[in-house]
Design a protein. Structure first.
Length: 278
């Protein structure tokens, strides 16, 4: 099942939007006899349906084995919707299941900037993927000027080599509710040339994590050992300190700037990447 379908007259329909992204209502496509809708991936016929969890979507009457959209797991399907919802809550236009013209990639969620240009793909990656495949797929997006954030629900071998988030599903680790997923930042390098230090992981809502990424509060930084993690730009100069006390001072100052600019809510349960002497 998927969230999008193609209509001959209206173009691409998005079931996650009230107007389906084309000025129509769900009643215009749900249980309408004779309506022809096609899957954007395999072009097979699809139909509008509401799941037992009240999620609107399109499904194949006969599921084809070679259609990626038709064979996504329910967890993947729901995580895509969470990512799109978080991007829209951050003030951005986000479309589900969008590919490029060359068909070299198809984003679970594609986010557009103020000039209506695609700039970030949010990928729910729950199936196995090698680090080499992760890098190759990331490079495909980069060739079109699109950054990407990979989102997994458990530890993966590729997560330290590409921009990524790890989330916990609602109902686990004390979380509840539609957007109550926890985000744990990928850890950074363990030490510097002159003095040992560590990054402290943080946990926050999925909404906050996506907002920081899309609004530029944090960015993907690659360390000397190739590890990629999300961090505020202010933390990067603090990684190789000019003075033994400088890492702590820089980190605290950067944390205060995040609070001031609204990227780090004061209710965040764990403080952002903080240096600790070891």
């Amino acid at each position: 099942m998927g969230y999008t379908a193609v209509h001959a007259g209206s173009g691409l329909l998005d079931a996650s939007l009230d107007d389906l992204g084309c000025g129509q209502s769900w009643a215009d496509v749900h249980r309408v006899k004779g309506l022809e809708l096609a899957c954007p991936e395999c072009r097979g016929r699809v139909f509008a349906r509401i799941s037992p969890h009240r999620a609107r979507h399109f499904y194949h009457q006969v599921r084809p084995r070679d259609c990626a959209l038709a064979n996504e797991s329910p967890a993947h399907h729901l995580l895509k919707l969470e990512l799109a919802t978080a991007a829209r809550a951050a003030g951005f236009r986000a479309e589900l299941e969008v590919g490029n013209e060359a068909r070299t990639w198809r984003a679970d969620v594609l986010v557009f900037d103020e000039q209506d240009r695609p700039f970030m793909a949010l990928e729910a990656q729950l199936s196995p993927m090698t680090p080499q495949d992760a890098r190759m797929r990331t490079d495909r997006y980069a060739a079109d000027g699109v950054a990407v954030c990979w989102v997994a629900m458990e530890k993966r071998p590729w997560e330290r080599g590409v921009p990524s988030l790890r989330v916990a599903p609602p109902g686990t680790a004390g979380t509840h509710g539609r957007c109550a997923m926890e985000w744990r930042a990928t850890p950074g390098p363990r030490h510097t040339v002159k003095t040992k230090a560590t990054w402290t992981r943080i946990s926050c809502s999925l909404d906050d994590a996506i907002r920081w990424i899309l609004q530029g509060g944090v960015h993907a930084h690659t360390g000397p050992d190739g590890t990629v993690w999300w961090t505020a730009r202010s933390y990067v100069p603090a990684y190789i300190p000019p003075h033994p006390e400088q890492p702590i001072n820089n980190a605290n100052a950067a944390y205060r700037r995040l609070l001031r600019d609204g990227f780090m809510p004061r209710s965040t349960p764990v403080r952002a990447a903080r240096w600790r002497r070891t």
